[in-house]
Design a protein around this ligand. Structure first.
Ligand code: NAD
Ligand code: SER
Length: 324
C-alpha cells in the first residue's frame, strides 16, 4: 500500500524558513503531526507555544533517533544549517553542521525506513564556469564559499543515498528568500530582507552589497509552496531528486530600492559593500527552472512588484503594532 506523509519533524524550525514552513505544514497536516525542533528555544515563539517542539541538535544522532521514535516520524524537513555569511566567518562550523547534520538525517532515514526527507540546497552551489543568466539545471558546480561547498556535497550525498539505499530524498536550490516573519540567519541575500525593515522603521538603509549586484530571489509564500509541492510530488514523476533549480525573480539593490520608493518616496539607500560582496559576485543572477516546472509543475506567484507591496504592508502593520 502506498504510504503518505503523516508525522513530520522539522529541524532548524526557528529559522527564517522553518518558522513559516512549520505553520503551513501544521495547517495542512494538523498541529500535533508537525514537530518543530531547533538547537535553541525562543521565548514567546508561537511555534514552541502552540504545538509540539523539541530542543534538538542535529549533530547528536542519538537525540535525532529518540525524537523519531518518540513521535513515530515518517518525514523530515531538514532546515538546520549554517548559511553563507556566517559560514565564511566560521568554515569549520559550517562544514560540521551542514555535512554531519545531513549525514545524520540520511542515516536515520535508512534506520527508521522513513517515507521522505527534504533537504534544501541553494544558489550557493554555483561559482566559476556558469553563465550569469539562466544557469541550466545541469551545470558546473564550483562554489567559492564553504557554504556552497557543503551544499554541493549535500546534493551529491542525497543523490547517492537515493541510488544506493533507496532513500526518498528531495531538495531545491532556493534563491535568496525574502520574508516578513523571521529575520534571516546570516546569509548574503539578507540585505533584501533587512532593507524592508529599515525602510519601514527609519526610511534609510546602508546596503552591504553594491547597487548593481543582481541575484535570484523568491518571496516566502512561493518558497513554502515550492517546498511542500516538491515534498508531495509522486516519486515516479521525478527525474531529479536533490538539486532542483527554482526561480521567481531577479533584481539588484538599486532596483529594489526604486520599487520601495514607489511606496515610500522618502526612502534613502547608501552602499558600503563588505566581505559579502565577494560571495554575491560568485553567484549567478538568474536560473533556469524548467526541470522543476516539468517534473512537479513549479510556478511562482510573486514578482518584484507584488512581493514589495506585500512586504511593506505586512511590516508597516507590525511597526504600527510595536512588533518590530
Ligand atoms: P536560518 O539560519 O534562518 O535557520 C537555521 C536554523 O538552524 C536556526 O534556527 C538555527 O538555530 C538552527 N541550527 C543551527 N545549528 C543547528 C544544530 N546544530 N542543530 C539544530 N539546529 C541548528 O536558515 P534558513 O534561511 O531558514 O535556511 C533553511 C535551509 O534553507 C538551509 O538549508 C539553507 O541553507 C537553505 N537556504 C536558505 C536560503 C535563504 O535565503 N533563507 C536560501 C537558500 C537556501
Ligand atoms: N540566502 C542564502 C545565503 O545568502 C543563499 O543560500 O546564504
Amino acid at each position: 500500500m502506498k504510504r503518505s506523509i503523516k508525522k513530520i519533524l522539522v529541524t532548524g524550525a526557528l529559522g527564517q524558513i522553518g518558522t513559516e514552513l512549520v505553520l503551513a505544514l501544521r495547517k495542512k497536516y494538523g498541529v500535533n503531526n508537525v514537530i518543530a525542533s531547533d538547537i535553541k528555544h525562543k521565548e514567546n515563539n508561537p511555534l514552541t507555544k502552540n504545538g509540539p517542539f523539541e530542543i534538538l541538535d542535529i549533530l547528536k544522532l542519538n537525540d535525532i533517533e529518540k525524537t523519531i521514535e518518540k513521535y513515530e516520524i515518517d518525514t523530515i524537513f531538514h532546515l538546520a544549517a549554517i548559511l553563507s555569511a556566517v559560514g565564511e566567518k566560521d568554515p569549520a562550523l559550517c562544514w560540521n553542521v551542514n555535512m554531519t547534520g545531513t549525514l545524520n538525517i540520511l542515516n536515520s532515514s535508512i534506520k527508521y525506513n522513513l517515507l521522505r526527507v527534504i533537504i534544501p540546497s541553494s544558489i550557493a552551489v554555483w561559482g566559476k564556469g556558469v553563465p550569469k543568466y539562466m544557469v541550466p539545471q545541469e551545470s558546473v558546480l564550483k562554489p567559492s564559499s564553504m557554504y556552497g561547498v557543503t551544499k554541493v556535497a549535500g546534493e551529491l550525498l542525497c543523490d547517492y543515498y537515493v541510488q544506493k539505499f533507496g532513500v526518498d530524498c528531495r531538495g531545491l536550490r532556493y534563491p535568496g528568500i525574502i520574508s516578513s516573519e523571521t529575520l534571516p540567519g546570516g546569509g548574503t541575500t539578507d540585505y533584501a530582507v533587512e532593507i524592508f525593515y529599515e525602510a519601514v522603521k527609519n526610511n534609510y538603509y546602508n546596503c552591504f552589497l553594491k547597487p548593481e549586484t543582481e541575484l535570484p530571489m523568491m518571496y516566502m509564500p512561493d518558497c513554502i509552496k515550492a517546498t511542500i509541492d516538491l515534498a508531495e510530488a509522486e516519486f515516479e514523476d521525478l527525474k531529479h531528486h536533490s538539486d532542483f533549480n527554482v526561480a521567481a525573480m531577479t533584481f539588484d539593490a538599486q532596483t529594489l530600492a526604486k520599487e520601495i520608493q514607489k511606496h515610500l518616496p522618502n526612502f534613502i539607500i547608501e552602499y558600503n559593500p563588505d566581505y559579502r560582496q565577494a560571495i554575491a559576485d560568485s553567484w549567478p543572477a538568474s536560473i533556469d527552472d524548467s526541470a522543476a516546472r516539468e517534473e512537479w509543475n513549479w510556478k511562482p506567484n510573486y514578482d518584484l512588484g507584488a512581493m514589495t507591496k506585500d512586504m511593506l504592508e505586512k511590516l508597516t502593520k507590525k511597526f504600527k503594532d510595536g512588533l518590530i
